[in-house]
Write a protein that binds this ligand. Structure first.
Ligand code: AMP
Length: 117
């Protein structure tokens, strides 16, 4: 499992930095975003360090599938599966990516506009 010692999410995985963790397996972790932009704002991350979608290859296919399936499960757990929710993966600076460790934002509990800002 690859790790970047300068990565804040790798530090959360290693419990060097605390987070409000809601789910953890050998491969995945989910925790509340420190600066939520919706009533529900979770981050779903792989434990292996991948900087962004740009760094994915076929070997990561199961990780991506597991992240989406976990998002579905957590949406239900946190009661937004019926009302609706949004999954976001910012990729690159212009898209607003600020942490370069792959993550899915699970946003719910409010109305969302389209197109996104
Ligand atoms: P992005 O801008 O798409 O890269 O998303 C990174 C997200 O990580 C932002 O929404 C931040 O609020 C969140 N974040 C950064 N540091 C932490 C942390 N230590 N614990 C929880 N969330 C964090």
């Amino acid at each position: 499992m690859s790790k970047d010692n300068n990565c804040i999410f790798c530090k959360i995985i290693d419990k060097q930095i605390s987070a409000n963790i809601v789910y953890e397996t050998n491969n995945l972790m989910a925790f509340h975003d420190a600066n939520p932009v919706a009533r529900l704002h979770l981050l779903i991350i792989p434990k292996t360090h991948v900087a962004s979608i740009n760094d994915l290859d076929e070997a990561h296919a199961h990780v991506i599938a597991d992240m989406i399936l976990l998002a579905k499960q957590l949406a239900r757990t946190f009661g937004v599966n019926e009302s609706g929710y949004r999954l976001v993966m910012n990729t690159g600076k212009q898209a607003g990516q600020s942490v370069f460790h792959l993550h899915v934002h699970l946003l719910g509990g409010r109305d969302f506009s389209w197109p996104p800002g």
